[in-house]
Design a protein around this ligand. Structure first.
Ligand SMILES: Nc1nc2c(ncn2[C@@H]2O[C@H](COP(=O)(O)OP(=O)(O)OP(=O)(O)O)[C@@H](O)[C@H]2O)c(=O)[nH]1
Ligand SMILES: [K+]
Ligand SMILES: [Mg+2]
Length: 379
């Protein structure tokens, strides 16, 4: 297999050499498209892909959610896993102690959360350095990325890691464009809809200033999007806008909690400044400081809720919660209990924060709150 990393380097080099002007705009556009595609390709599973493949590790998801521990070597990822779960992952003072994904289970609030200890990554991970691609692929499958940072190391470690994740389409702590029509997600009013068949249909609402049909055709072909519908509404749309539109399909919006470990080795004022950063917690695994706070914060960031069920005439069973995502409805609760429960659903009674009065009689669309008690009444 031709080395993707080398291809990326070549294209980056060519782009640097190419002067930016009207005449080269077209060519640069194609190069940009290629570059974005190659970066995405690095993460795709493929036979014999260099560096152990980009398909992540062979650990199946289990429990109610998955948290991935991502960070540079020796920041204390394995130490943290061993502290909060029953799993023991090897800890040592040298880099790359952990060579594969080690799953552990964190029990919290009645939920089982899978924690994935991962090998350390280094700069250039997204381009295939070390096991970086696998690590990032695994991170991409998680519900929360816990970025473990070493409080004694330079501040730029955080930005470097962010850049590695961004490079492969991961967007940290940004809201996904949900509840909007697919068209409005698109950049600069470019509508792109991949199809199963029928070839490419490219339409311009008004004559474009920076694009033409052949150009879009070539870029789409490069991405192997051979069947699709494209509508360009804005005459000012550029090649970059078009590539962004394509890349939207590769994006993954994941929440990230930054955790500075080893605070036993820094000064108090510095520690204080770290703790003030957004989406951040500080801890010392060694002194057992702040570890429980991190666990609690993880629970919050995962936005999971506990819902208790109750049978008529019997007290609710508070020892066993159903775990649902924030924003879930009675319908989601039914689906958690049993696949076909919805079919016989008549109404539900709800006690708790989401109920206007208790018990409130509600339908499938009612949005539940954390620690609500729900009783489903069947037809
Ligand atoms: N001072 C201090 N050292 C710690 C702390 N937590 C872990 N360490 C030490 O940091 C070193 C690396 O810990 P690991 O848990 O192996 O780090 P890792 O991130 O899993 O490393 P890799 O698997 O190699 O990427 C070990 O020597 C730990 O004892 C802490 O809170 N304070
Ligand atoms: K280590
Ligand atoms: Mg480790």
């Amino acid at each position: 297999m031709v080395n993707i990393t080398e291809k990326i380097k070549e294209i980056e080099e060519e782009m640097r050499r190419t002067q930016k002007n009207k005449a080269t705009e077209y060519h640069l556009g194609l190069l940009k498209g290629k570059l974005a595609r190659l970066r995405a390709q690095l993460l795709e599973p493929g036979p014999g892909a260099g560096g152990g493949g980009g398909s992540g590790f062979d650990v199946s998801k289990s429990g109610d959610a998955r948290i991935a521990l991502v960070g540079f070597p020796s920041v204390g990822k394995s130490t943290f896993l061993s502290k909060i779960t029953k799993t023991k992952s090897e800890v040592a003072a040298y880099a790359f102690t952990t060579l594969t994904a080690i799953p552990g289970v964190l029990e919290y609030g009645g939920a089982e959360i899978q924690i994935l200890d991962l090998p350390g990554i280094i700069e250039g991970a997204a381009e295939g350095k070390g096991r970086g691609r696998q690590v990032i692929s695994a991170a991409k499958t998680s519900d929360l990325i816990l970025m473990v940072l070493d409080a004694t190391k330079k501040a730029e470690q955080r930005r470097l890691l962010e850049a590695e994740l961004e490079a492969v389409g991961i967007r940290l702590n940004r809201e996904p464009p949900i509840n909007r029509s697919p068209a409005s997600d698109n950049i600069r009013n470019i509508y792109l809809k991949p199809k199963k068949a029928g070839g490419m249909k490219i339409t311009f609402q008004s004559p474009p200033k920076n694009l033409d049909e052949k150009m879009l055709y070539n870029i789409l072909r490069d991405y192997k999007i051979l069947n699709c519908e494209v509508l360009v509404r804005d005459e000012n749309a550029t090649v970059d806008d078009f590539i962004d539109t394509i890349m939207l399909a590769h994006r993954k919006y994941i929440r990230c909690l930054y955790v500075y470990n080893k605070i036993d080795s820094v000064s108090l004022p510095f520690l204080d400044s770290l703790a003030r950063e957004p989406h951040t917690e500080v801890m010392s695994c060694e002194l057992d400081l702040g570890v429980q706070d991190v666990v609690e914060r993880c629970w919050k960031e995962l936005r999971l809720m506990r819902v208790y069920t109750k049978r008529k005439g019997i007290d609710p069973d508070f020892s066993e919660a159903l775990i649902v995502r924030q924003g879930s409805t009675i319908e989601d609760v039914c689906d958690q209990i049993h696949r076909t429960l919805k079919e016989t659903f008549k109404y539900a009674l709800v006690w708790g924060a989401s109920a206007r009065h208790v018990p409130q009689r509600v339908g499938l669309g009612h949005v539940v709150a954390d620690e609500d008690v729900v009783s489903i009444v069947a037809k």
